[in-house]
Design a protein around this ligand. Structure first.
Ligand code: AMP
Ligand code: GLY
Length: 420
């Protein structure tokens, strides 16, 4: 079988690497891919006509969608009846990520544990709520904002500024039932990612994992797309797992069935574990990045079989098996990320690093003469494993020290919050 992966980040390189264990490497295509992936096709991941023509020409039968945008734009519906399977939810189901208001209403309606939220049809109402809550709240733009559009506030001034910034950036919608932002209760706790494969009725979960979203050590500095991840989580108890299944995962599956939405794909639960138990912050309708770069190496089972099981109704019989030990991913970024950074700097030392770690490319490109250059803010993912979390961390960082590019920056504390 020939498979195309849509996307260009570390997540997509990890997917291509894992699929190359299911089918010959030459049968795995990446659209558009990066400097680390082979068989790249330079097509925009939302140009569905061009993707279809390419898949027909190459005889590709399965498309695995990495990022959310093609899903929210309806790639799954577009390919329906074409004979080419798309692994990812329908346009309607993708609204669980594409519209935060839709997601919150779904959670409340189906009894999924989550924080309170408020919707508005006038700005005056929003300003009054900001005063009432003393500015301790979270303001979110309803639609996709590529990691921006979320403001965690601690004072009335901050919250008012956030609203103004939202209006400058996106302009409040005019004729809708609600303005296109929401205010949420600010939840306190620690975050974890629970990610699994679903056929819309059943789910098979991968290891629980944790992203490190801030730029600097000890979770300081600006939010980024993710500076590292690790799995499994040593503190993840059977009790916490049971709570998450009962209060979040199972009600979500019931809701998907009740809504009769078609969902064969990955579902991601972004959870805050609070003193009152787990609360869902958000759904993503795709794999997380950088979580995927540790989840797929830790997965022993065949990825293609899991994907196909979501289409043919056999998912309950495909309980994933995992490799022993721990996996951590350190993101090597270009200094200046997530703001302004240089591109086109040569990268050296990857093959040395690969002696003791996996290296998944993100913002890289290969020139015609085969030179590898930086081409993005997050450049590489270095994944170490070990029988203990400590060993996994040692292995990953030993490999990081062998890689060189100008202004390379990485956090030095990935996974360390969970060391005994
Ligand atoms: P999102 O884009 O919805 O994932 O939000 C980005 C980040 O904002 C999350 O990973 C959290 O760290 C934080 N966040 C979002 N919603 C809340 C909330 N209701 N309470 C506290 N923190 C939040
Ligand atoms: N790691 C968070 C995300 O992929 O949205």
């Amino acid at each position: 079988m020939k498979i195309a992966i849509l996307g260009s980040g570390g997540r997509e390189h990890a997917l291509a690497w894992k699929f190359a264990q299911s089918v010959p490497e030459k049968n795995v295509y990446v659209i558009p891919g990066n400097g680390g992936t082979g068989n790249n096709a330079p097509i925009d991941s939302t140009d569905f006509d061009a993707i279809k023509a390419f898949c027909r020409y190459e005889g590709i039968e399965l498309i695995f969608v990495g990022p959310e945008l093609p899903l929210v734009k309806g790639i799954t519906d577009y390919f329906e009846g074409s004979g080419i399977k798309v692994f990812g939810p329908s346009k309607r189901a993708a609204r669980l990520e594409g519209s935060k208001i839709t997601a919150k209403k779904f959670m409340k309606h189906y009894g999924v544990s989550t924080g309170n939220f408020w919707l508005f049809n006038s700005l005056a109402q929003a300003y009054k709520l900001i005063e009432d809550l003393n500015g301790n709240l979270v303001i979110k733009y309803d639609g996709l904002a590529g990691g921006k559009g979320v403001y965690v506030c601690s004072s009335v001034e901050e919250a008012k500024e956030a609203l103004e910034e939202l209006n400058t950036e996106y302009r409040y919608s005019e004729s809708e039932e609600f303005l296109d932002f929401l205010i949420e209760e600010k939840l306190i706790g620690y975050e974890i990612s629970i990610i699994g494969f679903t056929d819309g009725r059943h789910i098979q979960l991968l290891h629980p994992s944790q992203d490190h979203k801030q730029l600097l050590n000890n979770d300081k500095g600006p939010n980024t797309g993710g500076m590292g991840a690790y799995c499994p989580l040593p503190f993840y108890t059977p009790h916490l797992h049971a709570q998450i299944m009962e209060q979040v995962v199972n009600p979500t599956l019931k809701g998907l069935q009740a809504e009769k939405v078609s969902y064969q794909g990955v579902i991601y639960f972004g959870l805050m574990i609070t003193n009152e138990g787990p609360k869902l912050l958000e759904y993503n309708v795709r794999f997380g990045d950088p979580e995927t770069e540790v989840l797929l190496p830790s997965l022993q089972s065949d990825l293609l079989q899991l994907v196909l099981a979501c289409f043919d109704g056999t998912l309950p019989a495909h309980t994933p098996q995992f490799n022993p030990g721990f996996y951590i991913d350190v993101v090597l970024a270009a200094k200046g990320y997530p703001k302004v950074y240089e591109k086109n700097n040569p990268i050296q030392g990857i093959s040395d690093a690969q002696d003791s770690a996996l290296v998944f490319h993100a913002g890289t490109k290969k020139t015609d003469d085969g030179t590898l250059l930086t081409n993005g803010g997050r450049v590489l993912n270095v994944v170490g494993n070990g029988s203990t979390l400590h060993q996994a961390i040692e292995n990953a960082y030993a490999a990081c020290s062998k890689i060189y590019f100008k202004d390379c920056y990485y956090r030095t504390d990935i996974g360390k919050r969970s060391l005994p």
